[in-house]
Design a protein around this ligand. Structure first.
Ligand SMILES: Cc1ncc(COP(=O)(O)O)c(C=O)c1O
Length: 374
């Protein structure tokens, strides 16, 4: 993706000079988060395979790999294509591929990178085997297990064993193990509640692994886990590698789940900020230039940074409203920095990050896989 010259010219400028709304990325916070995940997983003896569906950036993926990631995860084949073209050599596609054209594309990518797929249906395995045979490849496949998410994945031990056997029997498939991602657990509020439910579902995962092992289907890879369950996953050590995504930039939704001690979840730093501006000062509220097109509204309450005397609400495509119960005074033209409610869906609205250190723009990174949803 080419960055427009007007955006490039912002490098070196102060943040109060950039046009708003703008998506900011704090380089020091990002580096801190990348290093911390690497350190925590290394200490626990686990690998990490960060999910790139949120940040969608080649530059960030490269930094994650440099810090020791085994590879990255992508959700969609079109997303994976962007990263493989950039030389990223190890990608797990964490979503089921059914369309034979997509499966063929995955087999084609396997010529240039190590590609791993997931499956929860014998028909998928047959399609993968067929396409791999045509491409002269052998595809690594993980069986996806549903531990209560009620989304994709087999939900009984019998199904898992049957599917793994089928995968192991097919000539052009290498049975690599299992994926058991638990999305619902990530945002369970309160550490005690979160840890208890992670322990319960991990015990269930162990039952699956024991049954597979008992049938001679040993799982080289047991992957799953996200930002919210990371600390518990590192203690339980049932996964061989974890795949957090949001940790790298964080968002207000994650902040609100609560940390191990009282207070917000603050294991990782907030690297992502939406910079906006007050464009109208009314008697009872202030209007910002950032609405639904600047920030997603699907999850999490956006949080105004450094100002707990105002709260944000969406007021249409291009507008947001700040209200105050305590008579806060904001000036026309004032810059307002916001932590978006949900990072993934907000990032997908932008072409690039304005990367900053302190109050200076130091670089511009394209959001390379933006809009790659197929
Ligand atoms: C399969 C899979 N793995 C990992 C993640 C990353 O989770 P998080 O962003 O909560 O760390 C997701 C997010 O939805 C996911 O779907």
């Amino acid at each position: 993706m080419t960055i427009p010259d007007a955006a490039r010219s912002l490098i070196g400028r102060r943040l109060d000079e950039v046009p708003t709304p703008a998506l900011l990325l704090d380089l020091d916070a990002l580096e801190y988060n990348i290093a911390l995940l690497s350190e925590l997983t290394k200490r626990a003896g686990l690998g990490h395979r960060p999910h790139a569906k949120g940040h969608k950036s080649i530059e960030i993926a490269r930094r994650q790999l440099k810090a020791g990631a085994l590879g990255i995860c992508c959700q969609k084949i079109s997303e994976a294509e962007v990263f493989v073209a950039a030389g990223i050599g190890n990608i797990l596609i964490t979503n089921e591929l059914v369309d034979p054209i997509k499966i063929e594309k995955a087999c084609a990518l396997a010529r240039d990178a190590q590609i791993m797929l997931v499956a929860d249906d014998p028909r998928m395995l047959s399609e993968i085997d067929k396409a791999a045979s045509k491409a002269g490849a052998q595809m690594n496949v993980l069986i996806e297990i549903d531990l209560g998410q009620n989304r994709c994945g087999v939900s009984s031990i019998e199904e898992a064993v049957a599917l793994a056997k089928r995968a192991a029997d097919l000539k052009h498939i290498k049975f690599g193990g299992v994926q058991a991602y638990q999305g619902k657990l990530q945002h369970v509020s309160g550490w005690v509640q979160r840890e208890a439910i992670v322990k319960k579902t991990t015990a269930l995962l162990s039952d699956y692994l024991a049954a597979l092992e008992g049938e001679g289907l040993s799982c080289e890879i047991v992957t799953g886990g996200g930002t919210g369950t990371l600390e518990a996953d590192c203690e339980l050590k049932t996964y061989t590698d974890v795949q957090p995504g949001s940790y790298v930039v964080m968002d207000a939704q994650y902040k609100a789940i609560g940390g191990r001690t009282s207070g917000p979840f603050a294991l990782f730093r907030h690297a992502l900020t939406l910079l906006s501006q007050v464009i109208s000062v009314r008697k009872d509220w202030f209007v910002l230039d950032a609405g639904l097109k600047a920030m997603s509204s699907d999850a999490g309450q956006p949080e105004v940074i450094g100002r707990n005397d105002v709260s944000y609400s969406f007021a249409g495509d291009e507008h947001g409203i700040l209200r105050s119960d305590s008579g806060a005074a904001l000036q026309l033209g004032e810059r307002i920095a916001i932590i978006p409610g949900h990072c993934d869906t907000t990032i997908n609205l932008y072409d690039y990050y304005l990367v900053h250190q302190g109050d200076r723009v130091v670089d511009i990174w394209p959001i390379d896989a933006r809009g790659r949803i197929a």
